[in-house]
Design a protein around this ligand. Structure first.
Ligand code: SF4
Length: 331
């Protein structure tokens, strides 16, 4: 049985229950025509001023006839609360899940127990799923290392594999086999030699070609902040602790600490902060700019498609300034 998820949840629970988790964001953006999903949602009454990801999630859920959705109503997106209500009115079973803002372990464990009860599984089965998925997570960390240390993986390839680890494509065996083939191929490549090393912050891009456009300009993304978090690159084997270390749901401080550390490890020259039109997370830009000591370019995207001319021009100027060592005067 396929179960939709509105963002990263403890997927070990779903796999332990023999279910196939499907990240509805991935389903939306990899569909043949993501823009058509927005039209469908707007015809259903979603305002133009609703984030494209929310409208996309609504449409793919309806089109793919997903019967059950785990909706993250705390720690991800405030719009999901209203979206969940609409889905319920359409006859879809919605199971709410929340990351506690105060990072309280007992509350997070309680949320996980609710999923365990609903999906009729057990901690024993979850431990087996954890061990299985951890093997894949370790390979994703290797892919990430090949990106920034050996310089053999493009920013887009890094993005694609890490972002897909929110649901492992619904089939962890197929995912692992694809990942194994990719790693074998990438290890045989010659190192890439771009002039500028970038970090990408924020929600995954709605632009289909942003990584390619940056690479055309001689800049490569060697750190995908949120996508890397989806892959849970943490040492712990304790599942509650793992989902407490996950930075994305709990405020900006943990994200700033993670970005600062990884920027140093990966030798970043600058940061691209991608924000989504109509998203409350745009406000985090204030804190990133105040607390991260690296040149930063903030971009905004609305509907799915290629990078528009104005955005490309801004990226080009940013990269040129970094190349000429004038990055700190930005942006
Ligand atoms: S981009 Fe922002 S508004 Fe849109 S779904 Fe994600 S968190 Fe919500």
């Amino acid at each position: 049985m396929k179960v939709g998820i509105t963002t990263t949840v403890p997927v070990e629970i779903l796999f332990a229950a023999g279910l196939s988790p499907l990240d509805l964001n991935n389903l939306f953006i990899t569909s043949p025509s993501p823009a058509s999903h927005l039209d469908l949602a707007e015809r259903a009454g979603f305002p133009h001023s609703t984030c494209a990801w929310i409208k996309g999630i609504y449409s793919v859920t309806m089109k793919e006839r997903i019967q059950t959705v785990v909706a993250v109503v705390g720690g991800d997106c405030s719009n999901t609360v209203a979206l969940a209500e609409v889905l319920e009115k359409r006859g879809i079973e919605v199971i709410p899940f929340q990351y506690p803002y105060d990072r309280d372990p007992a509350r997070l464990q309680g949320e996980m127990e609710t999923l365990i009860t609903r999906f009729s599984t057990s901690w024993k089965e979850i431990e087996k799923a954890r061990i299985r998925l951890d093997r894949i997570r370790a390979k994703l960390s290797e892919l990430d290392r090949l990106t920034y240390e050996e310089n053999k993986v493009t920013g887009y390839e890094n993005h694609l594999f890490l972002v897909s680890s929110s649901d492992f494509g619904g089939d962890s065996d197929k995912f692992e086999s694809r990942l194994d083939s990719f790693l074998a191929m990438a290890k045989g490549r010659s190192p890439m030699r771009e002039q500028v090393r970038l970090g990408y912050l924020g929600v995954p891009p709605i632009f289909s070609d942003i990584y390619d456009r940056m690479e055309q300009l001689g800049a490569r993304v060697v750190f995908n902040e949120v996508q890397r978090q989806f892959s849970m690159p943490f040492e712990t084997t304790d599942l509650v602790e793992r989902y407490l270390l996950y930075t994305y749901p709990y405020g900006t401080d943990a994200r700033v600490a993670d970005i600062t550390k990884e920027a140093s490890v990966r030798g970043l020259d600058g940061l691209i902060h991608y924000t989504q039109t109509f998203c409350h997370r745009q406000i985090s830009d204030i804190i990133f700019r105040e607390e991260i000591d690296l040149p930063m370019l903030t971009l905004e995207g609305d509907r799915p498609g290629e990078v528009d001319a104005r955005t490309f021009f801004r990226i080009e100027t940013f990269v040129e300034m970094l190349q000429s060592g004038r990055g700190s005067a930005l942006c």
